[in-house]
Design a protein around this ligand. Structure first.
Ligand code: PRX
Length: 639
């Protein structure tokens, strides 16, 4: 067992001993006061269960069939229904009291503010949808979006989808090669970006990176740039336009029909790291996804009509897609979007925002909690956090210390913590408490009703309580990915081949279930690394390292870190005859190619890498070396 796994097991054993029960008031007022009732309903007929949930939304035309599994694992949900997620996220609210309700409150790192009602959001989305149309974007096209956390990012996503195109959002923390690769794979003709973004008082030069990436990738004919930082940027005549210029042209009319889509038409592509090779374009569709994300948000975070909700993720990751953009808007919620870092200019920036905007629901990641916990209790204690009712976490296992701090200092021991387990591929929450669920620090508790998760052995038998095994999903669910964009074989191979006979989806995670049926996620079983909750693939980082002329081969591993969960350690072999670049230069190179999140904490130059006879790098041996531990059995080592 590796050190991170061992540490996680120790955490599990600590967390298991304590149970935190929600207050009777929370339970009484919850949208779902008793999970066993809805779970029983879902267990009796999960297809009917999801059909009932779909009825909460508006559809242009209803479905002929809820689930078509005739071409499994290419499942279809809400077959032949006509819809567009933008209809549910915006259009339908315009007919109700929500027309004038605030959809989005935005605060920039420098204190700039924007508030946008559903009415205004619709106008902006229509205007930009017309701009995209004027550039020839049509149904089925892909628009790549590479921006900081600004309202125009949300507008660009919704405008793309409104006219039947798909967005591919690339996180603003990625850099040139990562962006170029994603543009190329999606073959986007249009890129929407910003001149820059503010981060910790500095300007990140997004446009410069975008220009370089467009040069490398090809395909892009038009680049639209939002002016955020106002610094000088290079604009190419005939290709580049300012967002604000386009939005003031007559073509940017404030009315635009929402395109009628099939429930199974593609909604977006989101690239994520897998075991090998290039990132995969995870593809989601309109119909099932909207049902899954809106139901889960309503039940888990217990959204009420007058709530102020804040998911402090980045829209560029699935958490942002599902739970900053689509689900809250479908529920007609008021959300906060914040541009900056949690600790800038001071470590109470977030707590200041909670107080200032009266946030009722806060959803973030363990890494942010651990990072803020380090600054001590006095920063949150300066602020009135009494508006908070429910808080949440996602992205990686949360250790009991961080859980308890979050519960005591932020939640004042009255806010239940929703530890939601899910993935880019699942679209929405899969294993999660509801507000009524007794909590154990570090466990996501149980599968959401209508989700059939289990922990199994390699042969498919269910594990005994507290036995580690493969986390699988035994039945399809509406928010599931439909394919890997442009590579259906990879979809089958990656997710459906481990338990092919049984027809189960393999998550890539190991987990255990305790005597109470509570799930405990241990970690990834593949070469995916979680750094500060961000998902990275070893292959991408290694290929960034070897793209430096002085490096011929590289291997990276995850090493546990108290704040970030993991950090990256890299081992590099120099090119024959070359002097290897310094550690700093190599770090800078990875930053430039992949982005700051992928930069290894440590880079070691070595003569050789431990490999099996079939050439597979033995990361276990590298991990032992990095941690100064015994390397164990080396009988499969080639050399
Ligand atoms: O290993 C699990 C971990 O994050 C992986 C999915 O990463 P990504 O696609 O980036 O989506 C993250 C946000 C939904 C999972 O395979 N993970 C996610 N949530 C949790 C978690 N591990 C433990 N506890 C969680 N709550």
């Amino acid at each position: 067992m590796s050190e991170p796994e061992q540490k996680r097991i120790e955490d599990i054993l600590k967390g298991e001993r304590e149970v935190f029960k929600p207050s009777p008031e929370i339970v009484k007022n919850a949208n779902i006061p008793d999970r066993s009732v809805v779970t029983a309903e879902a267990e009796e007929d999960f297809v009917k269960f999801w059909e009932e949930r779909a009825k909460a939304l508006e559809w242009y035309e209803p479905w002929d069939k809820v689930l078509d599994d005739s071409e499994a694992p290419f499942f279809k949900w809400f077959v032949n229904a006509k819809t567009n997620i933008v209809h549910n996220a915006i259009d339908r609210h315009l007919k109700t009291h929500r027309r004038n309700k605030i959809a989005l409150i935005w605060e920039g790192e420098n204190g700039d503010q924007v508030t946008m009602s559903y009415f205004r959001l619709n106008r902006e989305v229509c205007k930009f949808a017309n701009v995209l149309k004027s550039m020839g974007v049509k149904r089925g096209d892909r628009v790549t979006i590479y921006m900081g956390r600004v309202p125009e990012l949300v507008i660009a996503m919704l405008a793309t989808v409104k006219i039947g195109a798909m967005h591919s959002v690339v996180y603003g923390g990625f850099s040139t090669e990562a962006l170029a690769e994603r543009i190329e794979d999606a073959r986007s003709r249009v890129l929407v970006t910003c001149d820059g973004a503010f981060l910790r008082g500095k300007v990140v030069n997004l446009k410069e990176i975008a220009n370089e990436a467009v040069g490398r990738a090809g395909y892009v004919e038009h680049v639209v740039t939002v002016k955020r930082t106002g610094h000088d940027v290079e604009m190419e005549e005939g290709r580049d336009y300012w967002y604000h210029d386009l939005m003031s042209l007559p073509i940017a009319s404030a009315t635009c029909e929402t395109e009628v889509m099939d429930a199974e038409d593609p909604l977006f592509i989101l690239y994520t790291s897998g075991t090998t090779g290039k990132p995969k374009g995870v593809l989601h569709t309109h119909g099932g996804y909207q049902v899954h994300v809106s139901t889960t948000l309503s039940w888990v975070f217990d959204i009420k009509d007058d709530d102020r909700y804040w998911c402090a993720a980045d829209p560029g990751w699935i958490t942002g897609h599902s739970y900053i953009v689509y689900a809250p808007l479908i529920l007609g919620t008021t959300s906060l979007l914040f541009e900056g870092a949690p600790n800038y200019p001071y470590p109470d920036r977030w707590w200041n925002l909670v107080e200032k905007y009266g946030i009722n629901i806060l959803y973030t990641a363990p890494t942010a909690i651990r990072g803020l916990m380090r600054f001590g209790d006095s920063w949150p204690e300066r602020h009135d956090l009494s508006s908070l009712r429910i808080i949440g976490t996602v992205g990686e296992p949360i250790n009991p210390e961080a859980w308890k701090w979050y519960h005591r200092v932020i939640g004042k021991e009255k806010c239940p913590i929703m530890d939601t387990w899910w993935q880019t591929e699942t679209g929405g929450f899969m294993i999660t408490p509801l507000p009524e669920t007794p909590l154990k620090p570090g466990s996501g508790t149980k599968p959401f009703p209508g989700v059939f998760a289990d922990v199994v052995r390699e042969n498919g038998e269910s594990c005994e309580p507290n036995e580690d095994g493969y986390l699988v999903l035994k039945k399809p669910w509406p928010g599931m990915l439909r394919t890997v964009y442009g590579d259906p074989d990879r979809y089958v191979e990656q997710y459906w081949s481990n338990f092919k006979e049984q027809g189960w989806y393999f998550t890539g995670d190991s987990a255990r279930k305790d005597e109470d049926g509570y799930f405990w996620i241990i970690g990834r079983m593949d070469d995916v690394i979680k750094v500060s909750g961000y998902r990275l693939g070893t292959a991408e980082i290694e290929s960034a390292l070897v793209s430096h002329p002085s490096i011929s081969e590289a291997a990276v591993i995850a090493v546990p870190d108290d704040v970030k969960g993991n950090v990256i350690h890299a081992f590099c072999i120099p090119t024959t005859g070359a002097n290897p670049a310094s550690e700093d230069e190599l770090k800078l190179h990875v930053r430039k190619e992949m982005g700051p999140i992928a930069v290894p904490a440590k880079i070691e130059i070595v003569d050789s890498l431990p490999k099996t006879r079939s050439g597979k790098i033995m990361r276990r041996v590298l991990r032992a070396k990095a941690m100064g531990e015994p390397v164990g059995d080396l009988s499969t080592l080639a050399d």
